[in-house]
Design a protein around this ligand. Structure first.
Ligand SMILES: NC(=O)c1ccc[n+]([C@@H]2O[C@H](COP(=O)([O-])OP(=O)(O)OC[C@H]3O[C@@H](n4cnc5c(N)ncnc54)[C@H](OP(=O)(O)O)[C@@H]3O)[C@@H](O)[C@H]2O)c1
Length: 329
């Protein structure tokens, strides 16, 4: 069986270009005893893939990434043909596996693509980051950066569900309209227009109790002086730094408010919340089914589009979760 996969052929400096990737063809043998053949349906496209291109990702090999696929053939007792599996074997059409690192997914009546975003790693990151790390309380003032993105749009809506005053930042007027008109945020700032510090001050008349940080740099500089006493900054990501070697961020010069207002700033990674997964899924499904939490997916089709999708994260191409679809769900 032939399978196409995405290779990195040259390490990017700054924003990656299409020429730094190649679509390669490989020949897959039939699964041996104990193995299975999986066809990827959805590939997850994540900002954290970019810093890996600087060193951790191998050149001229299939790139890794989250994926949901279907078992086409199985000679492994733990997986049946037709089952849906999650893996880190993304950025390729098909793969052979011995089952290690694969987990079975039961969609439970929800659209499969929702497990790429709200019901998957994206949603768990937003849920745990806001409620556990941010220790959000009902009615607080919340700021979410990259609020029209995958994690941000979920975090912002959970904050609304918890009765908070929610400000989001995004890179276009269209995204800001979506945040306010469809997702019900109280204020949305186009950070590409005007001065972010001034816009945030105007949008946060009662200050900020929880900042859900996705961007870093000037966003953090703008948020720090607006933080209220005992405020929490949940550091989920710093996408503005990822195209710099070593993910070096812009200087942050407004840290002194951490002292005066006794702030807590805590980074986190989604796997910290694994023990909360059952509660997370129950809450999220409840909110989605009640129409209280919406999600969007930006879907590019075919493996050839995967490099463009990855680059697109850094140019704001996506609203909601960026996904590449390879087969029918
Ligand atoms: N800690 C964890 O466990 C964990 C897990 C998943 C994700 N993350 C982090 O969470 C953040 C969001 O990830 P995601 O998957 O939800 O991606 P995403 O927000 O859906 O996509 C990235 C978005 O970031 C915005 N962006 C890109 N470059 C920017 C810049 N220089 N300044 C401001 N905004 C910029 C773009 O939107 P605009 O049009 O608004 O600019 C883009 O659409 C990332 O920092 C990621 O690394 C962390």
């Amino acid at each position: 069986m032939r399978s196409k996969e995405v290779h990195l052929i040259e390490r990017p400096q700054g924003l990656p270009t299409l020429a730094q990737f190649r679509i390669a063809q490989t020949e897959l043998a039939d699964p041996a005893e104990g193995e299975l053949l999986v066809q990827n349906i959805y590939l997850s496209v994540d900002p954290a893939m970019r810093p890996r291109l600087a060193g951790a990702a191998a050149l001229n090999e299939a790139m890794m990434g989250g994926a949901i696929g279907r078992v086409l053939k199985s000679r492994n007792l733990l997986f049946k043909e037709g089952e849906i599996v999650e893996s880190m074997n993304g950025f390729r059409e098909y793969f052979i596996s011995d089952g290690k690192g694969l987990s079975t997914l039961k969609p439970d009546g929800m659209p499969l693509v929702a497990y790429m975003s709200v019901l998957g790693l994206t949603g768990l990151t937003a849920y745990g980051g806001l409620l556990i790390i941010g220790a959000l309380k009902e009615g607080e003032n919340v700021f979410v950066s990259a609020a029209a993105g995958a994690v941000g749009s979920v975090a912002a809506q959970i904050a609304k569900i918890k009765g908070c005053y929610v400000i989001g930042s995004a890179g276009s007027d269209e995204k800001c309209r979506w945040l306010k008109d469809d997702l019900g945020l109280d204020a949305a700032i186009n950070y590409k227009k005007g001065e972010l510090r001034t816009s945030l001050k105007a949008a946060a008349p009662n200050g900020i109790d929880v900042y859900f940080e996705n961007v870093g740099g000037e966003h953090l500089n703008a948020a720090l002086p607006r933080m209220n006493a005992l405020g929490r900054i949940a550091v989920c990501g710093m996408i503005s730094a990822y195209n710099n070697f070593g993910a070096v961020s812009e200087p942050v010069t407004t840290l002194s408010n951490m002292i005066y207002n006794r702030l807590t700033m805590r980074g986190f990674v989604f796997y910290e919340f694994e023990s909360k997964r059952a509660q997370f899924l129950a809450d999220m499904k409840g909110w989605i089914n009640a129409g209280r939490l919406k999600y969007r997916t930006t879907i590019l089709r075919d493996i050839e589009q995967a490099p463009a999708a990855l680059i697109g994260l850094f140019t704001g191409m996506n609203t909601g979760k960026m996904v590449v679809q390879l087969a029918e769900g």
